[in-house]
Design a protein around this ligand. Structure first.
Ligand code: UP5
Ligand code: MG
Length: 201
């Protein structure tokens, strides 16, 4: 995996800002392979015989960030697997939309040095009250360990203290496209499309 054969877009935004929802649209229309770090961690958590399962569950419920070796390994394995099972047409690059990662400065540096630098960072900007009501509603049916009021509060705190600095660092590199995430799913998607097309993706 390297930037000659792969284009990486990081998709960031607070808990419940709509990363997963918008990713589904982007996969359909822009031939991205969607990799959600959270989904990969949840799959690893329940994988049979995974000794890391209990550890991952604890981090997720507490809204803390899982040690980056675990997450970067899951992501780079998933990228390598996708390149084998679903190779891009000759002469074109595979496009990965990496959702919910990196959430901490050292993860961003480690991934870009050891796997692949990112081309662009899409950032969904959403106020906490909107995210909170979306997550509490989803929590009625999602079964996610972290869709409850106590975990949501912790996730918000981690996002502000630890993950926003990642967005700010990428902003200094002029890599960030910020999209207001409060409208309807379709309205947000129109802004997402405009944002990435303005960057020639
Ligand atoms: N919804 C979405 N868009 C809407 C809209 N425009 N209008 C109205 N409703 C809208 O959406 C959330 C809910 O809102 C859904 O019900 C949706 O229908 C509705 P979703 O698209 O799921 O938002 P998303 O941003 O993906 O929210 P998610 O809860 O997945 O965000 P998180 O960032 O909190 O979760 P993630 O899975 O990425 O991470 C979970 C945990 O894993 C982290 O807290 C952390 O503990 C761990 N983790 C790491 O340690 N390291 C990593 O690198 C990644 C994760
Ligand atoms: Mg998600």
């Amino acid at each position: 995996v390297n930037s000659r054969t792969v284009t990486v877009v990081f998709f960031l935004g607070g808990p419940g800002s709509g990363k997963g929802t918008q990713s589904a649209n982007l996969v359909k229309n822009y031939s991205f392979v969607h990799l959600s770090a959270g989904d990969l961690l949840r799959a690893e958590q329940v994988r049979e015989g995974s000794s890391r399962g209990a550890m991952i569950k604890e981090y997720i419920t507490e809204g803390k960030i899982v040690p980056m070796e675990v997450t970067v390994n899951l992501l780079s394995d998933a990228m390598a697997e996708s390149l084998v099972s679903n190779p891009p047409p000759a002469g074109s690059k595979a496009r990965f939309l990496i959702d919910g990662f990196p959430r901490k400065l050292d993860q961003a540096e480690f991934f870009e040095a050891s796997v692949c630098p990112s081309e662009l960072v899409l950032f969904l900007d959403c106020p906490e009250d909107v995210m909170e009501s979306r997550l509490l509603k989803r929590g009625e049916t999602s079964g996610r360990d972290d869709d409850n009021a106590a975990s949501i509060r912790k996730r918000f705190r981690t996002f502000v203290e630890t993950s926003m600095p990642v967005v700010e660092a990428f902003r200094k590199e002029d890599k960030v496209v910020t999209v207001k995430a409060t409208g309807s799913v379709d309205e947000v998607y129109e802004s997402v499309k405009a944002g990435i097309e303005a960057r020639g993706l």
